[in-house]
Write a protein that binds this ligand. Structure first.
Ligand SMILES: Cc1ncc(COP(=O)(O)O)c(C=O)c1O
Length: 391
């Protein structure tokens, strides 16, 4: 296929040329002073992105590894955790927790609505023995396109007078929408490199505050690779528990430079604008009754990913295959119970208006070619929205 391919999965995302170029170099020898400087400057800048004075840990791992790193540090087998169900990823995280031997209580959700803080408060009030050690909250469940209010989760924990730690999965939200770790009372936050951080997959990034680090100190260590104690060392070889994934960190350095130059407020505004264009297009398409938002409430629609439900008799996977194979536009498929019944448009990271319009136009072509019922004018509505917002 000639021309650019449009990558609109909600991770991995488009990698800026500047990040690719930064990785295109020979590694340093492991004790080269420059290597330590790069790593430590990344720790400092990541703390700014999470908005925390806590510690940053970088693992050669993906988001699943990040989940495990958080739990392995703050929990021992038998400890109880509470996970509000918001979609495929909250459920997967629960499975990981169970595999680590944790006692997992899940708060059932319908995959179309955000975390209900009242549910959290009620459940924690009932936990009179204070067994629940942590509440695990996913800020944006990429499987459903639903965004939850993490600050409200902390308020619910406090309202119940419960000592539980708050652990936030910001994998599909950090550096795309507001997250204010210290101000919101989040104890551990988890991110991954391949989303709005604009890097290749391969780095899990954790932020942990003093309370979390004190908790970890009291947990018998069983997972050496994840262990924060070793990783708090000054030397790189210990901070990374072995050889630092150098090229990935060089890329991260460049991405953090770009984030610093654009500034978080402008980045958040850009994500809101681009998400608004996608949402406008779907609002129009959905008038024909076949396509619809998975996120039931407009205010809970994520600025990073939109899950589009497809009606009876419409094969979501065929739409995805067709757009990728014939038009060069890669969107993601439905996950878990949405498998075959939804496709997902990623709109996070290194994206601009024409890229998003390219994706939407590709989809509209596919709808026409495949006979997917949709009201015409979705792309036009997105263009008009962007023209208004930019002006
Ligand atoms: C919200 C969320 N959490 C966790 C993960 C898992 O990350 P990974 O696929 O890097 O293991 C993802 C991946 O898409 C995600 O979107």
């Amino acid at each position: 296929m000639s021309g650019h391919e449009f990558l609109h999965s909600p991770g991995p995302t488009h990698i800026p040329d500047r990040v690719l170029a930064a990785m295109h170099r020979q590694p340093f020898d492991l004790v080269d002073r420059r290597l330590k400087e790069i790593a430590h400057s990344c720790f400092a800048d990541l703390a700014g992105v999470f908005r925390t004075k806590g510690r940053i840990f970088i693992y050669a791992a993906n988001g699943h590894g990040g989940w495990e790193a958080a739990l392995a540090n703050i929990c021992a087998p038998g400890d109880a955790v509470l996970i509000p169900e918001v979609g495929h990823f909250s459920n997967n995280w629960a499975d990981h927790a169970r595999a680590l031997g944790l006692d997992v209580a899940s708060l059932e959700g319908d995959w179309r609505h955000a975390i209900d803080p009242n549910d959290i408060e009620r459940t924690l009030r009932r936990d009179t023995g204070r067994r629940i050690k942590a509440v695990l909250a996913v800020q944006v469940d990429t499987g459903t396109g639903v965004a939850s209010d993490v600050k409200a989760v902390r308020e619910a924990i406090d309202a119940a007078g419960h000592p539980a730690l708050l652990v936030a999965d910001t994998i599909a939200s950090l550096a795309a929408m507001p997250f204010d770790m210290d101000a919101w009372g989040v104890d551990v936050a988890i991110a991954a490199s391949q989303k709005a951080l604009m890097c290749p997959p391969g780095l899990a990034i954790l932020a942990a505050n003093d309370k979390a680090i004190r908790t970890a100190a009291s947990v018998p260590r069983q997972h050496r690779y994840w262990d924060w104690k070793t990783r708090m060392a000054e030397e790189n070889y210990r901070a990374f528990c072995g050889t630092m994934p150098e090229q990935l960190v060089f890329g991260l350095r460049a991405a953090l430079d770009m984030i610093g130059e654009e500034g978080l407020p402008a980045i958040f505004a850009r994500h809101r604008r681009l998400a608004g264009a996608v949402h406008r297009a779907l609002e129009v398409w959905s008038e024909a009754g076949a396509l619809s938002f998975n996120a039931a409430l407009p205010e809970q629609r994520a600025v990073t990913v939109t899950a589009v439900r497809t009606g009876e008799g419409i094969d979501a996977d065929l739409i995805r295959k067709h757009t990728r194979e014939t038009l060069g536009v890669a969107v993601a498929g439905g996950l878990g119970r949405l498998s075959g019944h939804a496709f997902r448009i990623g709109h996070l990271g290194d994206l601009n208006e024409p890229m998003v319009l390219g994706c939407l136009a590709g989809l509209e072509v596919a709808f026409l070619q495949l006979g997917v019922p949709h009201a015409p004018g979705g792309v036009r509505a997105a263009i008009e929205f962007l023209a208004r917002e930019a002006g």
